[in-house]
Write a protein that binds this ligand. Structure first.
Ligand code: FE2
Length: 177
């Protein structure tokens, strides 16, 4: 049977400061620290000593971050977050959760450009830069854009729209704005 992967298990990034990272994800974003693995492992030719923290979402998936004990491993493995707002992780939220996170970001001193909101038409997104330089998006779908018939129609058009755009026709198809 041809089944697809069921859900995100975890993402993994490298941090220089797991306590700042914990405060951001646990206290502001609201993802509890579910696991802390402290390890020394022979990896990529040497013993690496590291801590690995998992911040859980409601569906059991997690955002995970490594911190290395040695300065050499920290240099070797990162973090090197790309300096572009287009590279980010997006988490699904309802409007009330998005507003609560916005308020906690503001209370913690986050201001533009460390946090901002974009209206995409089919969703409303709150963005925040985490202590590692990674952008986290909190996405609230617009109800009209996620009705089953609308979702199905979009899926039916997806391959054709990709071919059209790659073929040079860059006309917008976002009818929600
Ligand atoms: Fe996004």
């Amino acid at each position: 049977m041809n089944r697809r992967p069921t859900r995100l298990h975890h993402t993994a990034y490298v941090s220089r400061d797991l306590e700042k990272t914990r405060a951001f994800y646990e206290d502001i974003i609201g993802l509890p620290l579910e696991a802390t693995w402290c390890e020394s492992d022979e990896l990529f030719g040497e013993v690496r000593t590291y801590c690995h923290c998992f911040f859980g979402l409601e569906d059991g998936s997690a955002l995970a971050f490594f911190q290395f004990a040695s300065a050499r491993d920290r240099e070797l493995f990162g973090p090197k977050m790309p300096d572009t707002p287009f590279h980010h992780i997006a988490l699904n939220v309802d409007a009330a959760t998005q507003e609560a996170i916005r308020a906690r970001l503001a209370a913690a001193g986050y201001r533009e450009p460390q946090t901002y909101v974009l209206e995409h038409g089919y969703c409303r997104s709150l963005y925040a830069v985490d202590p590692n330089g990674m952008i986290v998006e909190l996405t609230c779908d617009v109800a009209a854009a996620v009705k089953p018939e609308v979702v199905n129609a979009r899926r039916d058009r997806a391959h054709g729209e990709l071919r059209r755009w790659l073929g040079g026709d860059h006309t917008s198809n976002n009818t929600y704005r």
